[in-house]
Design a protein. Structure first.
Length: 588
């Protein structure tokens, strides 16, 4: 095959992979509505003023901020400003970021390991179930992954300035997901160190400059937020001390990656179902089928790419970067004992896909025997993952069974071509899991993939995590009642949690107060301050209910407000939802 024809074929292959990635992320995207309405409310609020956008305000009144840094929401707001605010426009940026990540991974793998490895890695990321799930949401992790890949591209250039650029990009990633981004720091440093040819003195000098750059870029927005007088910015959401630095260290750090102390008060009352993916922490946590099915269908190939070296093989900078990336996130996620959700695993998908692409090529080059072993191990692993949720009698298990048969045939005949059939068979289950996010996405706030859920079976996550619940506060009749009777009140309604207030903001663009923050337990207002707002006419109506524990303001509302009859404002059936009540705080 001539060089021109080979180049054309390679372009066709990667083009087809990108089309597939786009289809998986864009098809039926509008069916996801506003996704995480908490974040959607913040985007709609940010469209109403530069200060609201800069301080990442949850509500149009600038009362409390979102519990994440602002970069991903700034991008969503830019799309909403250009195309109009809707569920589709705030989901589109993440889908495009996911497609860009597939393209960038191809380039990062192709350069050191060859075109075949690059195409396979890109294909695997395009079909990675949790990657598809998160790219179809308005959560921030798609942008975290893209900025980490851009940082990897810069680090692998090996120059002094490229490390500074990598750390600047890592700092931007910090302003997407805070400490979750910094887990990738050791991988970037290891890849840069191996790729460069500078002497020790110059390396250390550039590392010092890069460290300062990382600190400045990472902390710039948080410090700007904290240094702004508190009466001129929103309260820092999900904090006890109204500090964005506290948010980075506590709620978005220790509470997610460290075992919670038994004396720590629960944000919500004890419930008979899970609000988090409570898979026990430990060395084999990521091998649990519920977690591994999100990203690890071809894990044996990734391990082959990482460890299947010949004596004369050089440990490439890219191999070192992907290996350390896999190791650091693997260790953190395995040990994380606080808040843990399946979609966090999207951060580990690039190294798994990259190393699996390399592993497939290395097994192919080693001959039919090695290739057959690789196929058989992957097929056996897939049988283990799928059997837990689908059962051993499921027809879907025929795909890895075919791969095992092909592995035996490859070993017996001593030829490689039949192995390609086995490779295709190994893509069936991950593709089916990924497609489940299009047709049965489950909880849109906490996205995941599950073929069992798509087939109408129990996916093991519990009723809250497996299904999507529309809050009663999104009731059109309630929205109409509140806007009609608002009068001169600054806030159209007050509620203890952001979950109750968010649907009102999303659908009206009007200020709604979440006086207890995200979970309802944040010390944003005292009872006296809230009563003062009621007396001044800033608040008239209050919604109570949902997953919150009683607090002093809630008790004050019940004692001083008049319960409004549901017939006046409720049209949606409360069945399958947490009931809510509406109180008039200034009854006629």
């Amino acid at each position: 095959m001539s060089g021109i024809n080979r180049k054309r074929l390679d372009s066709i292959c990667i083009g087809a992979v990108l089309v597939l990635a786009a289809a998986m992320r864009l098809w039926r995207l509008d069916a996801n509505g506003f996704g995480t309405e908490y974040y959607a409310a913040g985007v709609r609020s940010g469209l109403q003023g530069a200060a609201l956008l800069f301080y990442n305000s949850f509500d149009p009144a600038g009362f409390v901020s979102l519990d994440k840094p602002p970069v991903a929401f700034w991008i969503q707001a830019a799309f909403a400003r250009l195309l109009g605010f809707s569920g589709w426009t705030i989901h589109l940026p993440q889908a495009l970021a996911g497609i860009a990540s597939v393209a960038l991974l191809y380039r990062l793998v192709r350069r050191p390991f060859g075109i075949a490895a690059g195409i396979i890695a890109a294909l695997l990321l395009a079909l990675m179930p949790i990657a598809v799930a998160i790219d179809r949401s308005n959560n921030t992790d798609s942008w975290l992954v893209l900025f980490l890949l851009l940082a990897a591209w810069a680090a692998l250039r090996g120059r002094g300035g490229s490390l500074v650029l990598a750390m600047a990009l890592l700092g931007i990633a910090f302003n997407v997901k805070m400490l979750a981004a910094l887990v990738c720091g050791p991988a970037l440093l290891a890849g840069w160190w191996r790729a460069g040819a500078l002497d020790l003195r110059r390396r250390l000098g550039w590392m010092a400059v890069a460290g300062v750059t990382l600190a400045v870029v990472s902390l710039s927005w948080s410090l700007a937020f904290d240094l702004t007088p508190r009466d001129r910015r929103p309260y820092a959401g999900s904090t006890a001390g109204n500090s964005m630095l506290e948010l980075a260290v506590a709620h978005n750090g220790l509470e997610r990656f460290v075992l919670q102390r038994p004396d720590r008060p629960r944000a919500v009352p004890a419930l008979p179902f899970e609000l988090y993916d409570a898979v026990p922490a430990g060395a084999l946590r990521l091998a649990t089928p519920r977690l591994a099915a999100q990203f690890a269908w071809l894990l044996p190939l990734a391990l082959a790419g990482l460890f299947l070296l010949r004596r004369r093989d050089r440990i490439d900078a890219s191999l070192l970067l992907w290996g350390v990336w896999l190791l650091t996130y693997g260790v953190v996620f395995s040990a994380a004992g606080g808040i843990f959700h399946l979609y966090y695993l999207s951060a580990i998908t690039p190294p798994v896909a990259a190393l699996a692409g390399l592993g497939a090529v290395r097994l192919w080059r080693r001959g039919p025997g090695w290739l057959a072993i690789g196929l058989a191990l992957c097929a056996a692993w897939q049988l283990h993952l799928a059997s837990e949720s689908l059962g051993w009698t499921s027809p879907w298990l025929a795909a890895p069974a075919v791969a095992i048969a092909v592995a035996v045939l490859t070993l017996v005949r001593g030829k490689r071509p039949p192995a390609m059939v086995g490779g295709v068979a190994l893509l069936v289950l991950p593709a089916a899991w990924a497609l489940s996010t299009l047709f049965s996405p489950g909880n849109l706030t906490l996205p995941s993939a599950s073929l069992a859920r798509w087939l109408g079976r129990d996916d093991g996550r519990g009723p809250v995590l497996s299904n999507n619940y529309i809050a009663l506060s999104s009731d059109p009749k309630l929205i109409d009642f509140l806007t009609t009777h608002r009068g001169d009140a600054r806030f159209v309604v007050a509620a203890p949690t952001a979950g109750l207030a968010a649907p009102v903001i999303v659908r009206t663009g009007l200020p709604a107060m979440a006086y207890g923050g995200f979970f309802g337990n944040e010390p944003i207002l005292t009872v006296e301050a809230f009563a003062g707002k009621v007396k001044r006419g800033e608040v008239r109506y209050a919604l109570l209910g949902g997953l919150t524990r009683p607090n002093p303001i809630t008790r004050w509302v019940r004692a001083n407000g008049r319960l409004v009859a549901p017939s006046e404002w409720l049209s949606m059936s409360p069945a399958g939802r947490w009931p809510i009540q509406l109180f008039d705080l200034k009854p006629d």
